[in-house]
Design a protein around this ligand. Structure first.
Ligand SMILES: N[C@@H](CCC(=O)N[C@@H](CS)C(=O)NCC(=O)O)C(=O)O
Length: 300
């Protein structure tokens, strides 16, 4: 079944997934979502999860790149996003690139933007959901820029032995995650100087190799068409088990750490080291399974 990506062009986490499609040579459908709430088509499917990206495969809805990449790995095992020798260690690299370092890269780039360039709607959205404070951002931008330079120096040192990708000959999740961080800085016009400072020789060559992977084969889809795809499908088979203290079928809510977005309510059918899955009823799409990674999600 063709995966459907709910995203907007400037999202670095969406860029990570677009390159993952390219790595696996997948055909995919693209649904454009706004870069601020509300996102009615997306939240009809997720039950409230409003972050970007979300990938839908039939009536299975994957929230967060960690859950999305697991789903793509099951859908199309080759080429693997977790190639040897690093294997699962790619998850650790990607987690660092997508947490502490993501905030540094995004802050370093956004700290160069004027409030006008961001727009009042965007600033209000990020303030309400993530606590964005423009004055505080301006004050910490030099610090965040320094943090990104250390990450770039480490990447450059890791690549200095001539390896093509962070784990050797084959690219993996960790490459895609760091690529997305740098890609975001490079795509903010006012952050040009910050971006240039990151492009050390080995980093620049590696960045070009990741970019060359491309995005696979993209077609366009409307939010209503995506909802119709979910309505016509049934959620896939269970992926795991429900560990204590919860029990299978229990009504719970899943809330993302560090974000004020509404929690997602549903019946718990997976809660283990591999992730979290809820079954829920959507008015428009019928029964859907909403999948989350284990890290970064609170079950309430
Ligand atoms: N841990 C999440 C982080 C996703 C994330 O922070 N996405 C940003 C955009 S790149 C976001 O949701 N911003 C708010 C929005 O798009 O509404 C993941 O790996 O997918």
């Amino acid at each position: 079944m063709t995966p459907i990506l709910h995203h907007y062009p400037a999202s670095p986490f969406a860029e990570l997934v677009r390159i993952a499609f390219g790595l696996k040579g997948l055909a995919w459908a693209s649904v454009d979502v706004p870069n601020i709430l509300p996102k009615p088509g997306q939240t009809e499917l997720t039950g409230g999860y409003g972050r970007t990206p979300v990938v839908q495969i039939g009536a299975d809805i994957y929230c967060d790149t960690a859950a999305i990449l697991d789903a793509l790995e099951r859908l199309q095992p080759t080429l693997s996003l977790y190639p040897a020798p690093l294997g699962a260690m790619h998850r650790m690299l990607a987690h660092w690139a997508g947490s502490t370092m993501f905030l540094s890269f995004v802050g370093a780039a956004m700290g160069t933007m004027t409030a006008d360039a961001m727009g009042t709607g965007f600033i209000a959205d990020r303030r309400a959901r993530f606590g964005l404070d423009m004055a505080q951002l301006a004050a910490v931008t030099p610090h965040l820029t320094g943090q990104t330079r250390t990450a770039a120096a480490w990447l450059d040192a890791a690549l200095a032995d001539g390896r093509a990708f962070l784990g050797g000959d084959a690219p993996g999740h960790g490459d895609l995650a760091f690529y997305a961080d740098l890609w975001f800085v490079r795509n903010v016009p006012s952050a040009r100087a910050a971006a240039e400072a990151l492009m050390r020789p080995h980093v620049a060559a590696w960045y070009a190799r990741v970019a060359a992977i491309g995005h696979g084969t993209r077609t366009e889809m409307t939010p209503d068409e995506a909802i119709a795809v979910a309505r016509a499908a049934a959620p896939g088979a269970g992926l795991g088990q429900v560990d204590p203290p919860f029990v299978a079928g229990q009504d719970v809510r899943v809330k993302t750490e560090g974000c004020a977005d509404a929690p997602v309510a549903g019946r718990l059918v997976r809660y283990d080291a591999t992730g979290i899955t809820l079954l829920r009823e959507s008015d428009a799409a019928g029964e859907v399974a909403v999948h989350f990674p284990r890290l970064g999600q609170m079950v309430l």
